[in-house]
Design a protein around this ligand. Structure first.
Ligand code: GAL
Length: 681
């Protein structure tokens, strides 16, 4: 593989030869190479250039373009163009179009207007993939393929007739009989019992937009399966035709999609499209949100959980802008570098900027690339050049892996259920945000750790502490994995509302926290939302006060090894246990009866001894992020300053500045948006 081979970092850009006069191609490629850009991604929206009318295949356009490319050392990621079906296709086969829940058909004119399940769209997508791969696959400049573009972006719900037919098939495969489906969905409630498969549809408008929750959870699983199937259809074809050393990827990551399973089935690695400038949108700017562009580190951690070393297929390089709604300023001097290094700090070894030239027409004519409309040399191209130069001294870091002692457990069943269920979602949302903020501000690197089918207790054992903030849906298998992790010496922290649902999203008729009672040594005789008129509810943990958030499970110890660590001190909860620890095998599990805010999450990190793992090496202000990548006995520490102002960092031990090769110790100034990468041995 030419990318992500652990030898060096590579820069790229997104290029649209179909947007420009052919005379520009050669000069553009020369300028890219001069800037340090070695890879371009092309063709993701260019179906009509290859199949202008149904069944007519014309390869000349990209042949001419690739000929120009092959006069140089430029490398190409070629895409399948299925994100934008042509007008002739949607006109002749309107059943390929996506439809809103209310039945409004999304017509030609935007993009991603198709559904995954129309058989004719699958057939025509397979054919264009096969034609492109068989014709261009052998080209020496091509190093990899991107499937579609941003699968499940724009709209990740599908309500066409083809989806209903496919949904019925999905359910038949899953349940076999209607009896089992009726049982799983609890259709006896409100007389929803199905007597024929044809009575089942993808969710339709209902009063209060409230369809049977177990059905909607299965529908979300169905969307994910449909998207995965569409990716697999294409990757199976690509594998037949492309050079064995070429990779297959797609650019994500979006909702209602099991990105882990899709990557395992169809891709060599995941790439991500990183647009931290969304934090500065003119309309939605939130001054109070301290995390701003730093929040993209959360998304990068998600991508890393899919592919430990990944690529950025689209890295922000200019202002955001759609003529219909999106508007954000041009990145300030230094921000483009900061965002590039943010991606690299989290595991990206390939970073490709969106886009080379800014388009002068269409919906995205304000979404700026590196160059503005005129194409003149500008500040941003200079900055890309400087990034390239910086990375020349950092080659040794490529291939290194992100290093964290703390993990946050996730699984798609809980993520999707929390999106659909207000009770579950209200705790999940605040805790996820709080844990991220607490870890960022306390300079505690962490990983998201997914409970995929392949997950093992041994792998979980790499983490000293695992938070599973709201393990609401749980099955025996996952509970056993957690038991093994704790028994082997791990520390598990779960928050309120854990263990109260089965995998259909139905509440269990059990003492809570159900399957997690044994490992947490906890019983929950009573629970409630914190009432809106309750005021602030506090918890006392050995003299440390924490504010309970959203919900209060009132706890009692269940086993002799369970110990009350903290109690509520407010309202009628006062005196009830709020936090129980349970020694289990060589480890410990904690059950916390509430959701987390940043402060309580920070207290957990502190008390469990995992906060600030690098404080003996460096101290730095909250506004900076610390990320560490490790290779052999070397740790590469990225210090990223998200503020416009310069800050002081202090090295307590001598380290080596990777860029200059110089030893550093004591106080150093990190410029506004500055980045420093040091090697610690
Ligand atoms: C991405 C997309 C690109 C472009 C960019 C800016 O989501 O993949 O094609 O649209 O955003 O809006």
């Amino acid at each position: 593989m030419e990318l992500l081979n652990g030898e060096r970092f590579v820069l790229g850009t997104c290029y649209y030869p179909e947007h420009w006069k052919e005379e520009l191609w050669k000069e553009d490629i020369r300028r890219m190479l001069d800037t340090g850009i070695e890879v371009i991604r092309v063709a993701e929206f260019a179906w009509s250039k290859i199949e202008p009318t149904e069944g007519t295949f014309t390869y000349e356009f990209f042949d001419r373009f690739l000929d120009v490319v092959e006069e140089t050392d430029m490398k190409v990621i070629f895409c399948t163009p299925t994100a934008t079906p042509p007008a002739w296709l949607t006109e002749k086969y309107p059943e390929v179009l996506n439809v809103s829940k209310e039945g409004v058909v999304y017509r030609h004119g935007q993009r991603r207007h198709y559904n995954y399940n129309a058989p004719i769209y699958q057939e025509l997508s397979a054919r264009i993939t096969e034609k492109s791969a068989s014709h261009y696959g052998g080209r020496k400049c091509i190093i990899g393929w991107q499937i579609d573009n941003e699968i499940n972006c724009e709209k990740n719900e599908f309500y066409s007739e083809s989806d209903t037919i496919a949904f019925r098939k999905f359910l038949q495969d899953k349940y076999g009989t209607l009896e089992r489906l009726n049982e799983a969905w609890g259709t006896v409630f409100w007389n929803q019992t199905y007597t024929a498969w044809e009575e089942i549809y993808v969710p339709r408008p209902t009063y209060g937009d409230s369809t049977n929750p177990h059905e909607v959870l299965d529908y979300t699983r169905f969307i994910s399966a449909s998207a995965r199937g569409f990716a697999k259809l294409q990757s199976d074809i690509l594998r037949k035709y492309i050079k064995p050393e070429d990779f297959i990827t797609t650019n994500g990551i979006f909702g209602n999609l099991d990105n882990h399973a899709m990557t395992k089935e169809s891709l060599d690695f995941m790439t991500y499209d990183s647009y931290p400038n969304f934090a500065y949108m003119m309309k939605a700017y939130d001054e109070a949100d301290a995390m701003k562009d730093r929040k993209w580190s959360r998304n990068l951690a998600e991508v890393r959980s899919v592919s430990p070393i990944f690529g950025i297929m689209e890295q922000q390089s200019g202002a955001n802008g759609w003529n219909t709604g999106m508007a954000a300023p041009t990145p300030r001097p230094g921000q483009l570098t900061l965002w590039t290094m943010q991606s690299i700090a989290h595991g990206a070894d390939f970073v490709s900027y969106f886009r080379w030239r800014t388009c002068t027409f269409g919906t995205e004519m304000y979404w700026h690339g590196i160059l503005d409309y005129s194409g003149r040399d500008n500040r941003r191209i200079q900055e890309v050049k400087q990034v390239y130069e910086k990375l020349q001294n950092m080659k040794e870091i490529s291939g290194s892996l992100y290093e964290a002692e703390v993990g946050v457990l996730c699984d798609y069943d809980n993520i999707w259920d929390a999106n659909l269920d207000v009770w579950h979602g209200s705790v999940e949302k605040v805790s996820k945000k709080a844990l991220f903020a607490a870890m960022q501000h306390s300079h505690t690197p962490f990983d998201y750790v997914y409970l995929t089918e392949e997950q093992t207790a041994e792998n979980l054992g790499k983490y000293k502490v695992l938070f599973y903030p709201h393990a609401t849906l749980i099955n025996e298998e996952r509970a056993d994995l957690l038991k093994k992790y704790v028994a082997d010496g791990g520390i598990l922290v779960v928050g309120c509302r854990s263990g109260y649902k089965d995998m259909n999203g139905k509440c269990v008729m059990d003492y809570l926290p159900g399957l997690l009672a044994e490992v947490t040594g906890t019983d929950i005789p009573e629970y409630s939302f914190i009432a809106p008129d309750a005021g602030e509810v506090y918890v006392d943990w050995d003299g440390t006060k924490m504010k309970a958030q959203v919900f209060a499970d009132l706890l009692e110890p269940l086993s002799k090894d369970a110990k009350i660590e903290a109690t509520y001190v407010s309202d009628y909860y006062a005196g009830s246990a709020a936090l129980i620890s349970n020694s289990y095998g060589s480890g410990k599990a904690y059950y916390y009866g509430s959701a987390f805010d940043e402060e309580s999450a920070g207290i957990f990190l502190q008390k469990l001894g995992v906060a600030r793992p690098y404080q003996e090496i460096v101290t730095l202000p909250e506004v900076c992020e610390v990320s560490v990548r490790k290779k052999g006995d070397r740790k590469y520490m990225f210090l990223l300053n998200y503020s416009k102002e310069a800050v002081t960092v202090e090295f307590k031990k001598e380290v080596v500045d990777v860029e200059s090769g110089q030893a550093v110790s004591g106080k150093k100034i990190l410029d506004g948006y500055g980045v420093m990468v040091v090697c610690v041995r």
